[in-house]
Design a protein. Structure first.
Length: 451
């Protein structure tokens, strides 16, 4: 007789900006993610999970809609989120679930539209109970912000917002951190939910998102002698040349923050176990994107793509507690179909793709933070396609399009360039744009007849 999976609880825990190589399940050299490793010992561990974008809004929109950034439209170019169809959260709400979401991340909020479908919601910045004007709550404010007007005023406002966010983020290292508040609210939500009604719980914590102010005990272990207040922790300031980032020190603070987050995850899993909820709960731990700490001149998760930004950790624990390493390529957008399936409220779905895709839009929202000259240097739109052997990137500027490739396995028996190139998403360009293809892929594409 088939098991009855109807009405399983679902917990979607997003560890924002967590790098794959900072989790011991993916890197044996890491010794500070014991809680995630213990969870992995009774979970499906996905070895090749790919985010559809390198920052929160488009990545979450892809998870919540099952579509790519160029379809749902929540990007740097036009950050308007209008799903049109029910989101992942709304699908669970329609199935009778009580839905709750808790995060300090301002991008996952009523401002962006990603809070739709939640019965209970708090992001500690813009809770729904506040009388926020409709213009501010809607995407019209972001649309206005992306237009090329009042640039000087917008740059000053952006700099001020950076300073405010950094000051606010220092609560990460105080007695009661933002993440602890997230888990406290989550535990209250679970306790208040009727035992006869399943729940969908979404959590997002920002410990691994810059700036890093981990508690002192964690700093002593990973970054002894480093004062987070003295480090360049806002990527735009580094890119603007105002102050230079010491990436060794920043990486130490990052590791301390991840260590702290891992312990918080462990405490929350222990709570679910004590409440005897794991026997009927699907628990997902995933990162929405990675974080660059100096690789290829990048800091943070803006202005580029690549494995360090798009290849993420993902664990799925089901009530059966089946432990397995999943080697096939999967996309985070597949959670839209996979979670209802494994919860028993949607058609059966097994995640897996031959080619994973994603992108990053022209950074109209962020590029105004940079001075003249640097803004044009980073004004790029990216599309990527990746398989098991190769990571192919299409880079578009207003003047030209360039295709580059990183070979992941030089011993592959077949050349993947033909398939990848056909799968590589395209973007709108001017009719007279030039197309350049850079090494090492140029020669192979010529051989294949594409040039």
């Amino acid at each position: 007789m088939e098991r009855d999976t109807r009405g399983r609880n679902v917990v979607l825990l997003v560890l924002d900006s967590l790098r794959r190589d900072r989790v011991s399940l993916y890197d044996d050299g890491v010794d500070f993610t014991d809680s995630i490793a213990a969870l992995g010992a009774e979970s499906l561990v996905f070895d090749n999970a790919v985010a559809q974008a390198p920052w929160t809004l488009p990545s979450h929109a892809s998870m919540f809609t099952g579509t790519y950034p160029w379809s749902h439209g929540a990007t740097q170019e036009s950050p308007t989120f209008d799903a049109g169809e029910p989101t992942l959260v709304e699908r669970f709400a329609a199935a009778g679930y009580r839905t709750g979401g808790f995060t300090p991340n301002p991008w996952v909020s009523p401002f962006s539209g990603l809070a739709a479908g939640f019965d209970t919601w708090d992001n500690f910045l813009t809770p729904r109970r506040l009388p926020i004007p409709e213009f501010v709550r809607s995407s019209r404010l972001l649309e206005w912000w992306s237009r090329n007007q009042f640039e000087r005023v917008k740059k000053r406002l952006t700099d001020a917002a950076d300073s405010l966010f950094e000051t606010w983020s220092r609560r990460k290292g105080t007695e009661v951190t933002h993440s602890e508040r997230v888990f406290d609210r989550a535990e209250s939500f679970v306790r208040e939910t009727d035992a006869d009604r399943p729940f969908f719980l979404y959590l997002n914590i920002l410990d691994a998102h810059e700036p890093y102010y981990p508690p002192e005990s964690y700093r002593e272990r990973h970054a002894p002698g480093v004062d987070p207040h003295e480090e360049c922790q806002i990527p735009s300031r580094h890119l603007k040349g105002e102050t230079e980032a010491n990436f060794d020190n920043v990486a130490g603070l990052y590791d301390a923050a991840v260590d702290n987050a891992d312990d918080l995850v462990g405490s929350f899993v222990a709570f679910l176990r004590e409440q005897q909820l794991l026997q009927n709960t699907v628990l997902v731990v995933v990162s929405d994107h990675g974080q660059a700490l100096g690789e290829d001149g990048l800091y943070g998760h803006q202005y580029g793509v690549g494995p360090v930004l798009t290849h993420v950790p993902m664990l799925v624990r089901t009530p059966e507690a089946n432990a397995e390493r999943i080697d096939r390529l999967v996309e985070l957008r597949e959670l839209f179909d996979y979670l209802p399936s494994v919860a028993g409220v949607g058609p059966e779905y097994t995640p897996g793709v031959e080619i994973a895709k994603g992108g990053y839009g022209f950074p109209d929202l962020a590029v105004r933070q940079l001075p003249g000259g640097r803004d044009s240097e980073h004004y790029r739109r990216f599309r990527f396609a990746v398989d098991r052997e190769e990571y192919l990137v299409r880079t578009e500027t207003p003047e030209q399009v360039t295709v580059t490739a990183e070979v992941r396995d030089s011993t592959a028996e077949t050349d993947p360039s033909r398939t990848l190139l056909r799968a590589l998403p395209t973007a709108e360009t001017h009719d007279d744009d030039a197309v350049a293809v850079a090494d090492p892929v140029e020669g192979r594409l010529e051989d294949l007849g594409y040039l």
